[in-house]
Design a protein around this ligand. Structure first.
Ligand code: CFM
Length: 542
């Protein structure tokens, strides 16, 4: 069995980074240098540049603002119809591929399988698409009668200046239900991250707190930043349910408009993906007094830690006992299965460049398997996701972030009801149980590389230099990586698999990793140009 890698020689890793940067002209190299950090836990507060524009000409893996708003945060809400106002390509290519799942619940509609678009044509671009949008909303309502409708603008809509908000207001009055509108044109902001913020603002302003009927008893929480990719949210729900914790609403995997309207009644917000939803957690705390807690249900140890953190928050003897029982039972079930796969994974090297939170979360799961992450990076995260929330005070607000509305939130005069006394809240904050996130870098092994907004060429160089045993990324990179003879696992949509969250999810992942890492097929992969002689052309007889 190979040895587990606990750290890497920082000087060699620094050298590798310098070598990669030689690819670029001096100015570009200097800029990219600030996005790459060789992690050294002995150094206090290492800084990384993030959430700034990609240098033109560089092939980035980032997505657009529309992807972050409609695709990520709003799209998974099952009982609403989400209309993409734009050319059909924007809708078609954002349809169904993220694998955010939703079930049909009793008395509730589920429109996840559908794709709605105004299908803007040239004529509409020239003469305006407001009429078409109005008709689309009417038609969608007539055919499907959803509880509410959302409208998402894509790039051309912003450019031609359709007033989608006015149309939405009119249609809201006409239909007697909410029509939410999002100016989430793809070009807004530097990545999909802008879209998360816009979506959070829209949900917070218009939906959260709408339904104020009755009280919610018991240990109630909201699962924030959990999108139920491959069924992750269901596994988390199963575990929490057996602990006696009730999820009032999930933002937004398998989530519903109805649940989100009542979310303000929960006692705690549990944040899985900090990047996409920290705005909501902060705003709900300011308005309703609900504290938030950062959790990670990816990995066995991470899940145990998260459950204990929740227990610590509620600080209730009976609940703590129940949680400990669940942990014991789940571990008894999962551990022997994981132990079976661990020898096949131990000592292997992983690289992960994923989104804005999973590159951190999955390191914990790899650790469970005895694997080391030697390179990890985000596509669009901010400095706080890398360095921890203490970085927030030193982040410069640039023109791109100023572009996105920052809501001013005050405590609700009647509904501000913190579940704990002021002193208790202060203590929980102090010890880092609530309102805190330590970020990815402090969690990485010495000498590993953190890279922000990795470019395609950097990725290739990293693979050639370090030959990882697995590279976790998304569809834009998967086949490039595999053609290099390295297996690639998509950590966005999980390929065809999942769930990977919680205890049972970890077992699924361990099994898949063991198969992927030990499949001999990778050693046979040879790119075509290495098999056949390269065909060269020349001019005349030269
Ligand atoms: Fe959060 Fe996500 Fe992620 Fe994200 Fe995403 Fe995603 Fe992701 Mo793809 S919300 S930041 S914008 S955990 S779609 S479910 S996998 S990039 S790491």
């Amino acid at each position: 069995m190979s040895q587990e890698i606990k750290n890497l020689p920082p000087s060699i890793m620094e050298e590798a980074v310098e070598e990669i940067l030689k690819l670029y002209p001096t100015k570009v190299a200097r800029k990219r240098r600030s996005h790459i950090v060789v992690v050294n836990p002995d150094e206090e507060q290492q800084q990384i540049e993030a959430n700034v524009r990609t240098i033109p000409g560089i092939i980035t893996q980032r997505g657009c603002c529309f992807a972050g708003c409609k695709g990520v945060v709003i799209g998974p809400i099952i009982d609403m119809v989400h209309i993409v106002h734009g050319p059909i390509g924007c809708a078609f290519y954002s349809w169904g591929i993220r694998r955010n799942m939703g079930r049909v619940q009793e008395g509730m509609k589920n429109f996840l399988q559908y794709c709605f678009s105004t299908d803007m044509q040239e004529e509409n671009i020239i003469f305006g698409g407001e009429k078409k949008l109005r008709e689309a909303i009417r038609e969608a309502d007539k055919v499907f009668n959803p509880v509410a409708i959302s409208v998402h603008a894509t790039c051309p809509i912003g450019l031609i200046g359709d007033d989608i908000h006015q149309v939405a207001r009119e249609m809201s009055r006409e239909l007697g239900k909410q029509v939410l509108s999002f100016s989430c044109e793809g070009y807004k902001g530097v990545s999909q991250s802008a879209g998360h913020h816009i979506a959070n603002n829209g949900l917070f302003k218009n939906v959260v707190g709408r339904d104020d009927e009755g009280e919610e008893e018991g240990f109630t929480i909201n699962a924030l930043g959990e999108y139920n990719i491959g069924g992750d949210a269901w596994e988390i729900e199963r575990i929490l349910k057996s602990c006696g914790i009730r999820i009032l609403s999930t933002f937004s995997g398998d989530g519903s408009y109805e649940e989100i309207s009542r979310a303000h009644k929960a006692k705690l917000n549990m944040v899985q993906c900090h990047r996409s939803i920290n705005y909501m957690a902060e705003m709900m705390e300011k308005k309703f007094g609900i504290p938030w807690i950062k959790v990670n249900f990816i990995g066995v140890n991470a899940s145990v830690k998260s459950l204990r953190k929740i227990a610590r928050f509620f600080d209730n003897e009976e609940l703590t006992r129940r949680i400990e029982n669940v942990i014991e039972k789940e571990l008894a079930e999962a551990t022997p299965q994981i132990e079976k796969y661990k020898p096949l994974c131990k000592g292997k090297k992983a690289m992960l460049v994923v989104g804005g939170s999973r590159a951190h979360h999955y390191q914990e799961l790899f650790r469970d398997l005895g694997m080391a992450s030697i390179v990890a990076g985000y596509e669009f995260a901010h400095r706080d996701d890398y360095e921890g929330r203490q970085a927030l005070s030193t982040i410069k607000v640039d023109a791109d972030s100023r572009n996105i509305e920052e809501l001013h939130v005050e405590p609700d005069t009647e509904r501000f009801r913190p579940p704990k006394t002021e002193a208790e809240i202060a203590r929980l904050k102090e010890e880092g149980t609530i309102d805190s996130y330590e970020g990815m870098m402090p969690n990485m092994i010495k000498g590993s590389i953190a890279v922000d907004d990795v470019s395609h060429i950097e990725m290739e160089k990293l693979i050639r230099r370090f030959r990882p045993d697995v590279f976790c990324a998304g569809i834009k990179d998967k086949y490039v990586i595999q053609k290099m003879g390295v297996p690639s696992k998509q950590l966005h949509n999980y390929d065809y698999g999942g769930p990977y969250a919680g205890f049972r999810g970890a077992v699924n992942f361990a099994k898949e990793m063991a198969m992927l890492l030990n499949n001999p097929v990778w050693s046979y992969v040879k790119p075509l140009w290495k098999k056949d002689p390269e065909i060269r052309a020349g001019f005349g007889n030269k």
